[in-house]
Write a protein that binds this ligand. Structure first.
Ligand SMILES: *[C@@H]1O[C@H](CO)[C@@H](O)[C@H](O)[C@H]1NC(C)=O
Ligand SMILES: *[C@@H]1O[C@H](CO)[C@@H](O)[C@H](O)[C@H]1NC(C)=O
Ligand SMILES: *[C@@H]1O[C@H](CO)[C@@H](O)[C@H](O)[C@H]1NC(C)=O
Ligand SMILES: *[C@@H]1O[C@H](CO)[C@@H](O)[C@H](O)[C@H]1NC(C)=O
Length: 429
């Protein structure tokens, strides 16, 4: 360091002192009590080793306690440092915290133990509960090491579960190989998710990307989701959900539902899916409700969607049987008794299995183009009594992925408001 840069640093420091009175003080505190001068508490300061083998669970929980309690000097950022891999057993980061904003900065890697456990006791690997203003970001990797679960174990855990976390921001992370769904969001308001890259094998069971239930106000954007089940599933009690700029595939597409399983009252409304690509997915955009459920799915739009050899590009299935294949039942996590969000949607809980069906109405498909891997590009399998009502289709142009083949729509009990599309409903025999 030459004397000019030294002088510059001294001046900078003096400037900081005069402005904030922080520079010297922060220097003095460096390394003290696990705090550093950037306002971060590093997990390593609480004894986390980060060699990928040592159990760092306790160290993380202790670091969390410090952050959640506001640090002694208002440090509310937990740092997972770059270049290290921390092995964590199932754990819960719990609030409420002192600060109205807490950051969890994942620069390094978090890995699951790589063995199975009783998912009845620990249904998620990493849980966040009752924390407002939580920000999770940092460019690091969250690896659920799911392969040990996929083959043999029936009840598998979610990798990351957020419950009752209002004002949550998740961004810029890599998620790998969850035992089950990668992220589930429940009982929360005002969530934004962006810049995620989720990867699991296309044939891994139930490895949804993001599942939402009982949430209001969720914005998911600009992410790549390549997993073995739904890229995004919007489940009961969810409203005001925006999904934009998602690349999905392989996977089972973007789904509303399943709704109404076991006759439960399930409601979803105000969903906008826009500017997404579905590539080599089992479904494209799907609404799926159980035959004996209760409730509604309404005010839903799918707009500016590109299909690349999707197996069932557009599908509404209103007659889904309660005894679906296990692999097809979307994961619902939250215990609605303790959930305060969208309480309105939960007041009519059924559960008898005797519902008359989940109403599907006001669904708009606009500017959907690309290719279908099957001939049935559009499936509207609606209930004879309820029907699907106010379905709008404009500028839907899907061709067969196989040259020389034609595609058609299968239309059962669907009440179009209008149907402006190059595909026509197949004649029924
Ligand atoms: C969510 O955001 C809306 C609009 O900004 C606000 O009115 C509401 O209070 C927020 N909800 C929570 C639980 O913070
Ligand atoms: C997403 O993750 C996969 C698997 O780790 C990687 O191969 C790919 O390059 C990543 N993509 C982006 C855009 O980061
Ligand atoms: C969803 O998008 C609409 C239209 O752009 C916007 O008005 C609304 O605030 C968005 N909601 C969320 C939760 O981002
Ligand atoms: C659509 O999504 C892609 C992928 O995230 C993004 O790059 C692009 O800017 C988006 N386009 C619009 C019009 O929002």
């Amino acid at each position: 360091m030459n004397k000019y840069s030294l002088l510059f640093l001294v001046l900078l420091c003096l400037l900081q002192v005069s402005k904030l009175g922080l520079c010297l003080k922060a220097k003095a505190h460096k390394g003290n009590n696990g705090l550093n001068r950037h306002g971060f508490i590093s997990a390593t300061s609480f004894g986390a080793v980060g060699d990928g083998k040592t159990d760092d669970t306790k160290a993380f929980l202790n670091a969390w306690k410090a952050v959640c309690n506001g640090g002694s000097r208002g440090k509310t950022n937990l740092l997972v440092p770059l270049g290290k891999t921390f092995m964590l057993k199932p754990l819960t980061f719990e609030g409420p915290c002192k600060s109205s904003s807490i950051a969890f900065l994942i620069r390094g890697n978090l890995v699951a133990p790589g063995y199975t456990w009783h998912a009845g006791n620990y249904p998620a690997w990493i849980s966040f509960d009752s924390i407002n203003g939580l920000v999770i970001t940092g460019g690091g990797t969250v690896d659920g090491r799911g392969s040990v679960w996929w083959r043999n174990v029936h009840h598998r855990p979610t990798a990351m579960h957020f419950n009752n976390c209002n004002g949550l921001h998740i961004s810029n992370l890599q998620h790998l190989n969850s035992p089950r769904n990668h992220i589930s969001l429940s009982c929360s308001e005002n969530i934004s998710v962006s810049g995620l890259n989720m990867t699991a094998p296309g044939d891994s069971p139930n490895t949804d990307g993001i599942d939402i239930s009982n949430c209001r106000g969720v914005d998911i954007r600009d992410s790549v989701i390549s997993t073995g089940d739904d890229c995004i599933a919007i489940n009961r009690g969810s409203s005001f959900i925006n999904i934009t700029g998602i690349f999905c595939g392989p996977g089972h597409g973007i789904s509303v539902g399943s709704l109404g399983e076991n006759g439960y009252f399930s409601a979803v409304e105000e969903v906008r899916v826009k500017n997404c690509t579905l590539s080599n997915t089992a479904n494209g955009v799907r609404i799926k409700t159980f035959q004996n459920g209760l409730g509604f799915a309404r005010k839903i739009s799918f707009e500016d969607i590109k299909m690349v050899a999707s197996e069932n590009p557009i599908i509404i299935e209103q007659n889904y049987h309660n005894r679906g294949k296990n692999g097809e039942v979307s994961f619902e996590y939250s215990n609605s008794q303790s959930c305060h969000v969208n309480r309105f949607y939960q007041t009519l809980s059924g559960g008898s299995g005797n519902g008359r069906g989940v109403k599907v109405s006001d669904v708009r498909y606009a500017n959907i183009h690309g290719s279908s891997a099957s001939c049935e590009a559009i499936t509207m399998n609606c209930d004879a009594d309820l029907g699907c009502v106010d379905i709008v289709m404009e500028h839907v142009d899907i061709v067969s992925a196989k040259s020389g083949h034609k595609v058609y729509a299968s239309c059962k009990n669907v009440h179009w408001k209008y149907f402006d599309s190059l595909i026509s409903c197949q004649k029924r025999h």
